[in-house]
Design a protein around this ligand. Sequence first.
Ligand SMILES: C[S@@+](CC[C@H](N)C(=O)[O-])C[C@H]1O[C@@H](n2cnc3c(N)ncnc32)[C@H](O)[C@@H]1O
Length: 305
Amino acid sequence: MDKNAFSLTALGTAFMRGYHARFDHPLIFNDPLAYGLLTEKERFLIGQHLIERLKSVDASEETACLGEEGALRRALQLYTGAATVLSRAKYTDQALEVAIGRGIKQYVILGAGMDTFAFRCPRALKKVEVFEVDHPATQAFKRNRIAELGWTIPPGLHFVPVDFTQKSLDMLGTRPPYDPAALTFFSWLGVTYYLSRVNILDTLAALARISPPGSLVVFDYLQPNRAANPKEAARLKVIGDSLKALGEPLKTEFAPASLSSDLDRVGLRLLEDLAPPEIQKRYFHGRTDGYHASEHIHFALAAVK
Ligand SMILES: C[S@@+](CC[C@H](N)C(=O)[O-])C[C@H]1O[C@@H](n2cnc3c(N)ncnc32)[C@H](O)[C@@H]1O
């Protein structure tokens, strides 16, 4: 990501959650606020970009005859990471709910982008302090948008700008009201892809240093061997090329077989590594539209040792 530019993929994922909440049924994840965080012009431009992406890879007569709405729906379901965006958000909300029931006191949203948790779940903010940690440029963009919309920032929501490539997450531990002694739940959705392996492991090590044992982290990651299924490999190439063009190229993948030892070295114990077939079963079973689990993306849940 460019040092001074906000994340365009953060707008893209908000569009995916917003579109889904408005137009899809049944819902995988309900984010009724995401669409409102984008201007009409942004929604239009993202929609056009996705339709062009579909037409560049699928010149079939069927696609040509779809019309704007149908083409956008097909593009979202087949040629974006929308299914991953929705299912990882659901997975995280479910894990967070359990963690809050067990007494977690803080929720840190790493690489928050246009996440709306603090606005959609006001009751949860009575139980946890929420910290949005994001690249300074993306966070400034979001705060500005919230101000333009006239949304009230709840007292339990705190913004902490951090560029994971420049500064260690350790600094969060020195920023009250963050409490390094309080059990904490971290989510890190849609971010590991864009960082180097060193930056990822440094950030995980830092979160293990600034939170007590039993704190949790959820993140998603890309596994290697993407050429195994040629159709899926082609689909991922389209997505990868488009991310590169947006200035946020895919950088890092983790081998599921060694994830546990990778995490062990940075002070974390892997509790769950949700593989694509299980993601498919949990979140997409019985769907008749195009949403399905990506064959190369996992969701991991780990605890601070
Ligand atoms: C694809 S968006 C995901 C946003 C959100 N978590 C979601 O699931 O919709 C990627 C996020 O990672 C953040 N990010 C990327 N590189 C970063 C860096 N070096 N430091 C901090 N945040 C970064 C971006 O600012 C953006 O918010």
